[in-house]
Write a protein that binds this ligand. Structure first.
Ligand code: COA
Ligand code: MG
Length: 283
């Protein structure tokens, strides 16, 4: 299985798009049964997702299913689907901390790894610190900037230029720390303006800089820029090796200089973490 840099949403009621999406270079597809599917098409979407998951999986693309929220009328039917045709992971919307993950895992025997969307309700924000309790059940942690404003009567989560407003910057930062506290990958949220590739690239690059290791996408045009942003560059890899070599050449040294800059324990940790991501990306 590849590392999770790009995760492309495909509406569950569009089987022809699922088929095509396999060849677009995304590391994962998120087959959506929730917000991108109209209520009148929920049943049809389940059938289409079931058929797609029942086919041979020799394509190397990780297949996730986003179910409807656990407190919705659709949850039971979605969970029944998951027990018959097993995806590689489950995206859990409107999650409110470890309690929501447990509520899913008790209802589904041998539950695949869960990727909660962890900031879609006001209460969810205050449960972010609990994900460490269920870290072993998680595939990562992601967040959303579309449902939260709707839930609190806000007009928007972004300013005219597309930049996140302060409440949503906070939700993003808390998700980043919550993911790392639970020792699972932090996955950036979608960039909705899919024609704005420059804006997407800047946003994904910022995410990689800040400690996210992947990002959700909504359109094929977003996949290549996301993969590029979340793939360590040749310079970053060379620098990481230089840091490790410097410490190996100076056993017992706590702090050293490399090209005129101080490096110590956190830099060594960063270098190891960066190199640890390489095999999952190139495999
Ligand atoms: N997955 C697979 N293929 C997709 C796709 C997706 N998410 N989005 C677009 N495409 C394909 C289209 O099938 C089309 O292929 P074609 O040229 O062979 O006909 C091509 O990419 C260009 O599509 P385009 O015309 O630019 O977009 P659209 O108007 O048809 O669709 C959206 C725009 C936003 C409706 C669509 O991208 C989409 O459904 N995205 C996912 C939405 C979603 O799941 N949201 C929930 C999470 S936030
Ligand atoms: Mg939503």
């Amino acid at each position: 299985m590849r590392g999770l840099r790009s995760l492309l949403f495909v509406p569950g009621d569009r089987p022809e798009r699922m088929e095509k999406a396999l060849g677009l270079g995304a590391d994962a597809l998120i087959l959506d049964l929730e917000d991108s599917v109209a209520l009148s098409r929920k049943e049809m979407a389940r059938d289409a997702v079931t058929a797609f998951l029942s086919r041979p999986r020799d394509h190397g693309v990780t297949l996730l299913v986003r179910i409807n929220p656990l407190d919705s009328d659709y949850a039971a039917g979605d969970i029944a689907l998951l027990s018959t045709c097993r995806p590689d992971g489950i995206v859990l919307p409107k999650a409110e901390g470890a309690a929501s993950v447990r509520a899913l895992t008790v209802r589904l025997a041998n539950c695949p790894p869960v990727l909660p969307i962890a900031t879609e309700t006001p209460a969810a924000i205050f449960a972010l610190g609990s994900y460490g309790e269920v870290g072993d059940a998680l595939m990562g942690l992601s967040w959303g900037a579309e449902d939260l404003p709707a839930a609190i009567g806000a007009a928007t989560s972004r300013d005219e230029a597309g930049h996140l407003l302060p409440p949503y910057e906070m939700a993003r930062s808390l998700t980043l720390f919550a993911a790392h506290a639970a020792a699972v990958p932090a996955i950036e949220t979608v960039y909705p303006d899919f024609r704005d590739i420059a804006g997407l690239t800047a946003y994904a690059t910022r995410g990689a800089r800040d400690g996210f290791t992947g990002m959700m996408a909504i359109h094929p045009s977003q996949i290549a820029p996301i993969n590029a942003a979340f793939t360590p560059s040749a310079e970053q890899i060379a620098h990481a090796w230089a840091v490790i070599s410097a410490f190996e050449a100076n056993p017992g040294a706590g702090a050293l200089q490399l090209d005129g800059r101080m490096i110590d324990a956190p830099h060594l940790k960063q270098a190891r973490a960066l190199l640890a991501r390489i095999p999952s990306i190139v495999s």
